[in-house]
Design a protein around this ligand. Sequence first.
Ligand code: ASP
Length: 300
Amino acid sequence: MMAPGIIVHGGAWSIPENLLQPHRDGCKAAVLRGWQVLQAGGSAIEAIEAAIITMEDDVTFDAGRGSFLNLDGQVELDAGMMDGATLAAGAVAAVHRVRNPISLAKQVMASEHILIVGPGATRFAEKVGMPLCAEEDLVIERELELWRKLQNKGPGYTDVLFGRKDLATVGAVAIDQAGNIAAGTSTGGSPNKWPGRVGDVPQVGSGFYADNVGGGGSCTGWGEGIMRINMAKYAVDLMTAGQPASEAAKGAVKLLADKLQGVGGIILIDREGRTGQSYTTEHMAYAYMNGRMAEPVVAV
Ligand code: ASP
């Protein structure tokens, strides 16, 4: 029997002082939720779904309710997950009116599709019996205020990405008692993004990847860069070649910096169950837990 473990992230970037504690609390709650699932004998997929739902429901993070708004002032969400035992994957992009896009990604994973986008994704949610909410249910006052400010600047989301960004994407990677590894990521994307803009998060190999042979990973940071180096798959390839999670994480963010002068972060679990994380932004909120620990490590 494998020793189970889980690592989560609550996004990269420059988290301001007043939001540091909410990021720690949110990551801790998520990692403990996922850990509970693993301890009860749940699968890695079930554990990452539970952890990510916890963060999607927490307005601290740029995922689910409380996400950044797009140019039209709406929450438009991306999420994806992968099962390292079978290489099954599922994702949704630019989806509206879904509270927990990670669960919709799981439904897509169970279908014959991999990625469903836009109105088609909302329709798919209806088809599988997932309740839809109103557009406004996902919008909070803090984000409306930011959106109003950004309207003077136009749809300049790339400027915003390199400036201060207060909250970010969430993700989780877990290994269960059977030694199966799963990874997933969920986001509202970048502030004031062009409607339909999709980053790395729902793309297999970019925002997430899992293969029991090497390990699993979930990314955060500059999506337009992460996509071009397939960062999650690159990190898993390093682990497949024998690098521990800690080294592979450093290698992945280094590639982003070397090739594209890009910044970001990554969390990993290798096939031995070791966790690793690395980031080149000012902060990355993360937490991890396994059977050898009495308490999760939480950092930001
Ligand atoms: N990578 C995400 C995106 O490009 C943003 C983030 O991680 O903060 O949508």
